[in-house]
Design a protein around this ligand. Structure first.
Ligand SMILES: C[S@@+](CC[C@H](N)C(=O)[O-])C[C@H]1O[C@@H](n2cnc3c(N)ncnc32)[C@H](O)[C@@H]1O
Length: 377
């Protein structure tokens, strides 16, 4: 709103105007008294009166001007009051509209709130139902937890029993089986010099006893062994004791060929055992004993496959059957050692697939063994 300012003449102005009018009067009167048209005391009195009249006239003029201004201001104020009253009316209308809107919004809000509360009520009911189910499940679980505890302690008892009693017994039975087989071998064959240790890299007594039994029963003319070592000595003794044949051991490693030959010499078995150094050469991408070492081998009655070692290649022993089966007697027995190993089992399965004339059966030796023979006609 525009600010209304009423300008009134200042006292200084009034004084100046009065002084000017008074001055003019005094100057006039002085001039008149100089020409002696008037006495100077009358001139002074007239001057004071004129100055007073001028001041009064100025005051009246000023008051009138101020009055006029006040009137105009009053009219303007009235106009603005009327405009303000109009604005106040509009404002009231707006306030009423806002109040109506607020009321409607509040109504809507109340509706939503009621819906939410109702929904919450349903959820609460559902939640309560779930809580009840959960409580049931918790109770069941804790019951199972108790049973689980019982089962765990029973398992711990079984584990302790297995560790303290069963395993030692099984082990001692296994060891006992090997001791029994070794005692049998020594009783049957009475070695003349210290024998190399068995198991580990060498064959186990149980499989050696099987071989010696077969020599005793079948009296094969030719025994071929893939991989020389302790078994070569035991087979030499078996041939010497039960007669009728010879042993050819194929050895890929020259050092072990020499060591095995030394053993044969130490036991005086040179007449029945030959250790052949046959370096590994490629046969259909398998590194296997040089085939030149097989040239004179025929009518093999017992074939013991205990080499080449598995670190020489994948399914390292596979070529033995494809290459030596044609050199075997019709009733030859083929013994594959280490059949507990996955690779040897793969080899055995492959032979049975590729040579349908062969029957295969496992032999329960410490390292696992598989026996193969041509089926009876
Ligand atoms: C599985 S071992 C078995 C050797 C043999 N058939 C036996 O039962 O004693 C196979 C290979 O072990 C190696 N070998 C031979 N004498 C060994 C010895 N004293 N120590 C470690 N390895 C030997 C040879 O290269 C042999 O071909």
């Amino acid at each position: 709103m525009e600010r209304i300012r009423i300008r009134t003449p200042s006292t200084r102005r009034l004084l100046l105007v009065s002084a000017f009018a008074g001055g003019l009067g005094v100057a006039g009167l002085a001039a008149l008294s100089a020409v002696e048209a008037i006495d100077w005391p009358d001139a002074v009195q007239l001057a004071v009166s004129t100055a007073t009249l001028a001041a009064v006239a100025m005051t009246v003029l000023t008051v009138r001007r101020v009055d006029g201004k006040a009137l105009r201001t009053d009219r303007r104020v009235k106009r603005e009051e009327a405009a303000l009253a109009g604005l106040a009316g509009e404002l009231k209308g707006l306030v009423a509209a806002v109040a109506a809107q607020t009321e409607s919004l509040a109504g809507e809000g109340r509706g939503h709130a009621e819906t939410v509360v109702a929904a919450l009520g349903e959820d609460r009911a559902e939640l309560a139902a779930h809580s009840a189910t959960l409580a049931e499940h918790t109770a069941t679980l804790s019951a199972h937890g108790d049973r689980l505890g019982e089962i765990r302690s029973a398992l711990a008892r079984i584990e302790a029993l297995t560790k303290d009693k069963v395993l030692p017994e099984v082990r001692s039975r296994g060891d006992f089986g090997q001791v029994e087989a070794l005692v049998d071998l020594r009783a049957l064959l009475s070695p003349r010099a210290p024998m190399p240790r068995l198991r580990g890299w060498a064959a186990s007594p149980d499989v050696l006893r099987l071989l010696v039994e077969r020599v005793a029963i079948d009296r094969p003319k030719l025994i071929v062994e893939c991989g020389s070592g302790a078994s070569t000595v035991w087979l030499g003794y078996a041939v010497e004791r039960f007669g009728g044949g010879r042993v050819v051991a194929l050895e890929h490693d020259e050092r072990y060929a020499r060591a095995s030959r030394d053993l044969i010499t130490a036991h005086g078995l040179e007449s029945v055992v030959e250790v052949r150094h046959a370096p590994l050469t490629d046969w259909r991408s398998f590194p296997w004993y040089d085939q030149a070492a097989l040239d004179d081998l025929s009518d093999i009655g017992l074939l013991f496959i205990d080499g080449p070692p598995m670190n020489t290649g994948h399914q390292a022993r596979y070529p033995a059957v494809p290459l030596l089966l044609p050199r075997c007697a019709a009733d030859a027995l083929i013994v594959l050692d280490d059949a507990r190993r996955a690779e040897e089992r793969e080899v055995a399965d492959r032979w049975l697939r590729e040579f349908p004339e062969l029957d295969g059966r496992p032999f329960p030796a410490e390292k696992g063994a598989m026996l193969f023979q041509r089926s009876a006609p």
